[in-house]
Ligand binder design. Sequence first.
Ligand code: SF4
Length: 347
Amino acid sequence: MTKTDIRSQSFAELQKSFADMGQPAYRAKQVFDWMWKLGAKGFDDMTNVPAALRHDLSEKFTFQSISLDVKQNSSDGTIKCRYKLHDGNKIETVMIPVPEDKRATACVSVQVGCSLTCSFCATGKMGRIRNLTAAEIYDQAFDTDKVSQEVLGYPLTNIVYMGMGEPLLNYGPMMESIQKITSPEGMAWSPRRITVSTAGIAKMIRRLGDEKVKFNLALSLHAADDKKRNEIMPINETNSLRSLMEALDYFYKQTGGRISFEYIALKGFNDTMEDAERLVRLCRGQFPVKVNVIEYNPVPGVPFERADEKQVDKFARYVRSKDVMITVRRSRGKDIDAACGQLANQA
Ligand code: SF4
C-alpha cells in the first residue's frame, strides 16, 4: 500500500484519520500544528506526541519535507540555499536582506526546472522536471524566515514567487501555499507582503482576478515589444503583450492589487532609448504599474551580458522623466551562483 504524505491532508481529513485510529481530537490539532506552524521535518520532531502514536503515524503516512543541501553566503549578505526534496530533486531559495531597512525577502521556487525556456535563464535550460507541492513551497518560506531570524536577528518581511518555475503553471499548489503562509494555522502573514511573478499567461492572470486574490502580481516583462519578447520568451508567441495588458487590467479591476513589471537589462538588446520609449508607452495603460529594472547575472553558455550601469541609469532617468515609477535594483549575490537555477543545476 502506498502511503499518503501527511502534509497533503487538510485538517478535516486529518481529524477523520485520527478518529479512525481511536485518537482524541486534540492530538490531530497537535500534529497539524507541528506540520505547519511549528515547522517539523518529520514525526520525530513532534516531541509532545507520544512515541507510540508517532510510530503509528509513520506506518500510515510519509512526512515529506525539504532538507538543506548547500548554503552559499554572498559578501553582500545574500544567502542562497539549495534544498533536497524527498525524491532527490533539488531546488533553490534565495534570501536577500536589506539590513538598513530591516527588510529581508525570500525568493521561492515553485517547480523543479521550468518548461518555459526563456533564453536568458539557467532554470529554463533544465526543462520542467516536476511541480512542487504546496508544502515544498511553504517550507522554503518557513525555513528562510528562520534563516533571517538567525542571521539578521529579524524575521522575513517579503516573499516573492520568483525562483525556479512558473507559478501560474503550478496553480493549485501555488495558491495553497499562499493560503497556508497567510493562515493563522501557518505563518499568519499578510498577503500584501507576497508577490507572485509570472512570465505572462493571460488566461491564468484573469483567473487570479476572478479569485480576487490579495497578493501582488509581477510580470516578467524584459522587452516592451512583441518582436523582441518573442526572441527571449517563447511564451509570448501565444500570449502577446496586448493580451497580457488586457488581462492585467482585468486583474487590477477585480482585485485592486499592486502590479509591477520586472525588466532585466540586457546589454544592447533591451537597454536602448527606443526600448525606454516603448516601455513608457506600455506603462501608460489603464492600470498603475511600477517598473523594477534588474541587473542581469550572466549564465554560462548564454549570449547575453549585463547592461552597463551608466546606460541603465540613463534608461531609468528617461522613463522616470515620463512620470513612470521605476527603480533600479543592483544585482545581488554576484560572487555566488546568483542567477536563478544556477545552483540547483549543479551536481
Ligand atoms: S525566467 Fe522564469 S519562466 Fe522563464 S524559464 Fe526561467 S524560471 Fe521559467
